[in-house]
Design a protein around this ligand. Structure first.
Ligand code: RTP
Ligand code: MG
Length: 153
């Protein structure tokens, strides 16, 4: 993406996050940090979609268990835009293993098990582009102007 302030990332609330009623908690962290929501939908992912999404993990021993976890209910798929949002998004999520994720992060506040770690976030600008194209059609992403101050005074 040519404008660094308009970087985009793919953030998903995994089935445990949806079923535990954590969607608003998770979305509010991105909203309050100043990022702009440009795409959002509930998805029941197919095995094929998840194999493409987690292509780098397909051959790993934990993959079958992760696949059934990720297919156990709907996932909230979102796209966020803003300055350095890929790296910032990973920081907001916290470390993969909740044993290592700091309090104040989503996983550090809301998860205790690596196999139920509530959220997914793209790990690079390239992954973000790939994942956004995988989960969203072009017309599902909305380009709009975020001007928070104009609504306050
Ligand atoms: P995610 O892709 O879901 O945002 O997670 P991540 O980048 O923090 O971690 P990644 O290495 O991409 O792993 C993807 C998901 O696979 C599960 N996992 N289990 N050894 C294990 O049992 C193991 N390792 C990874 C986690 O649910 C992780 O989020
Ligand atoms: Mg990952």
């Amino acid at each position: 993406m040519s404008n660094p302030d308009a970087e985009r990332t793919f953030i998903a609330v995994k089935p445990d996050g949806v079923q535990r009623g954590l969607i608003s908690n998770i979305l509010s962290r991105f909203e309050q940090r100043g990022f702009k929501l440009v795409g959002i939908k509930l998805v029941t992912p197919t095995e094929n979609l998840l194999k493409q999404h987690y292509a780098e993990h397909v051959e790993k021993s934990f993959f079958p268990k992760m696949l059934s976890y990720m297919m156990s209910g709907p996932i909230l798929a979102t796209v966020w835009e803003g300055k350095d949002v890929v790296k910032q998004g990973r920081a907001i999520l916290g470390a993969t293993n909740p044993l290592n994720s700091a309090p104040g992060t989503i996983r550090g506040d809301l998860a205790i098990d690596m196999g139920r770690n509530v959220v997914h976030g793209s790990d690079s600008v390239e992954s973000a582009e790939r994942e956004i194209n995988l989960w969203f059609k072009k017309e599902e992403l909305i380009d709009w102007k975020l001007n928070q101050l104009a609504w306050i005074y």
